[in-house]
Design a protein around this ligand. Structure first.
Ligand code: BG6
Length: 482
């Protein structure tokens, strides 16, 4: 793994929502933690007349107190600049590259260029082509001196994703492309492989002979938060399942990689993703659920919208290890609470009543928890259910926020926590037949109340598998030390 290079971070989409909510706070926190090198430069790109002082102000919004703010201002402000340009105008790119060239001279080293494309995906082809042309004209040599961070959505279906991948790969080499899936950068998600493979108790029983079901839930309390034009073209299946949740599933069911280096991990993920199957066309109505929260159509300004704000499905895995283990996935907006978790159900065939649950809680109250049955203390021989847990918040270690980890890994050139083109295409192969089935206007679209746990019909998926979804009764790591 490389150490952090002398870098110029070029942020396209400086004034956008993602920059304000995630990227600039991540830069601020990395600088505050002194994780950025003194040769870290930030260039904000915007169409509007944004000045370097404006960027400093945006960064300092994350300060916890005045002392901290003045420390970060003093260390960063001279290394922040802006370029005002139209990113869809080829003739503006020389302005940017002259600026980057001048920064190399100031730093007295050729800076590694980290371009962050926080822009709508229709602009990807044009922007990547212009960047690649400009870099070639400049002929700085060495591929590795530029990296490109790209945000989802990666297409809206398999063919548009493939088109986008081809376009981007025509401009840049795979080692330059960092496709962000910020769920992979969440601390608990990174622990999945360590927990699975470093503990014989679990590595030996992590298979369909012991595990009967896998449940994945990503519930959000928020609705679409004014992002109706984005969400109308998206829906819950594309937004969360095709990307984040299938990535989580891959980490849960992949075989042990040959090593823990990025290439081997990606190879193992791609192999297992290619075995995950959507329901057969004739089973779609039984094994998938789409639903919309009440009031969504008014909020989206589209009285006829059939866009799902809730999606659930049952997938299967065609592999020796996982055959007969149904995977139930659900996600939704405007639900009762924010919770993302993976639950592995250990069942005993002969005593189906007896189950153990292993919960990997990704957020909030992060932790790994096992529900076990014990003898209830006292004179009677009755049983009780208790939890053995490891809760992150009971430790003092600091878990970086996902976007801090994304930026830090891109800065040091580690591609492990990014998605490959092949992974993205497999996720589309799994999701697309479901989206196809949902195009049928007779396919049921259920409705649910905001603040509920989603449509009652989703219970059907669970009962088909003779289990129940967990809801508010499943408390994990709620006891904190502070
Ligand atoms: C994004 C989706 O990728 O993830 C959003 O586009 C969603 O709709 C968000 O709200 C959830 O991320 P997190 O980190 O808050 O769980």
């Amino acid at each position: 793994m490389e150490k952090i290079a002398n870098t110029v971070f070029i942020l396209f989409g400086l004034t956008g929502d993602l920059a304000k909510r995630k990227i600039l706070p991540a830069i601020y926190h990395l600088e505050r933690a002194k994780l950025l090198p003194p040769t870290f430069y930030l260039v904000g790109i915007s169409r509007k007349g944004v000045s370097p002082d404006d960027v400093v102000d945006l960064l300092l919004r994350n300060a916890e107190n005045a002392d901290e703010a003045s420390m970060v201002r003093a260390s960063l402000h001279k290394r922040i600049s802006t370029v005002n340009m139209n990113i869809d105008e080829a003739r503006d790119y020389p302005i940017l590259f002259d600026h980057l060239h001048a920064l190399d001279l100031t730093a007295q080293v050729p800076l590694t260029r980290l371009f962050y494309l926080a822009i709508p995906s229709p602009l990807f082809p044009l922007v990547s082509e212009q960047l690649s042309l400009a870099e070639k004209r400049e002929a700085r040599g060495n591929d590795a001196s530029s990296r490109y961070l790209i945000e989802k959505p990666f297409g809206s279906d398999g063919s548009s994703a493939q088109h986008l991948i081809n376009l981007i790969e025509a401009s840049f080499s795979p080692s330059q492309i960092y496709r962000i899936d910020h769920y992979l950068a969440k601390e608990t998600v990174q622990n999945i492989l360590a927990f699975r493979f470093e503990n014989p108790l679990f590595s030996k029983t992590w298979n369909g002979s012991h595990i009967s079901h896998i449940l994945i839930t990503a519930a959000e309390e928020i609705g679409i938060e004014g992002r109706s034009s984005f969400y109308e073209g998206m829906g819950a299946l594309r937004d969360l399942i095709q990307s984040h949740l299938l990535q989580l599933l891959a980490l849960i069911v992949m075989d042990r990689p040959d090593s823990m280096n990025a290439q081997d991990i990606h190879r193992a993920k791609e192999a297992i993703l290619s075995r995950i199957q959507p329901p057969l066309p004739q089973d779609m109505e039984q094994k998938t659920i789409r639903a919309q929260y009440e009031g969504y159509r008014e909020e989206a300004g589209n009285p006829d919208s059939v866009v799902e704000t809730y999606a659930a499905c049952t997938l299967s895995i065609e592999s020796e290890t996982w055959k007969h283990v149904p995977v139930l996935i659900r996600t939704g907006k405007a639900l009762n609470e924010k919770v993302t978790e993976i639950i592995l159900v250990y069942s005993d065939d002969e005593h189906t009543r007896k189950k153990n649950y292993l919960t990997i809680r990704i957020q909030p109250n992060e932790g790994i928890v096992i529900d076990v049955r014990i003898k209830k203390p006292g004179f009677d021989d009755t049983f009780d259910e208790v939890q053995l847990d490891y809760c992150y918040r009971s430790r003092d270690d600091v878990s970086p926020e996902a976007y801090e980890r994304v930026l830090y890994d891109a800065l040091r050139g580690d591609q492990t926590l990014f998605a490959t083109g092949a992974e993205i295409m497999e996720c589309w192969r799994i999701s697309e037949p479901i989206l196809e089935a949902w195009k049928d206007k007779n396919f049921p679209l259920y409705h649910y109340q905001k603040g509920s746990w989603g449509p009652a019909e989703a219970d059907r998926l669970a009962s088909q598998a003779s289990i129940k979804w967990f809801d508010e009764t499943h408390r994990v790591c709620t006891v904190r030390r502070f």
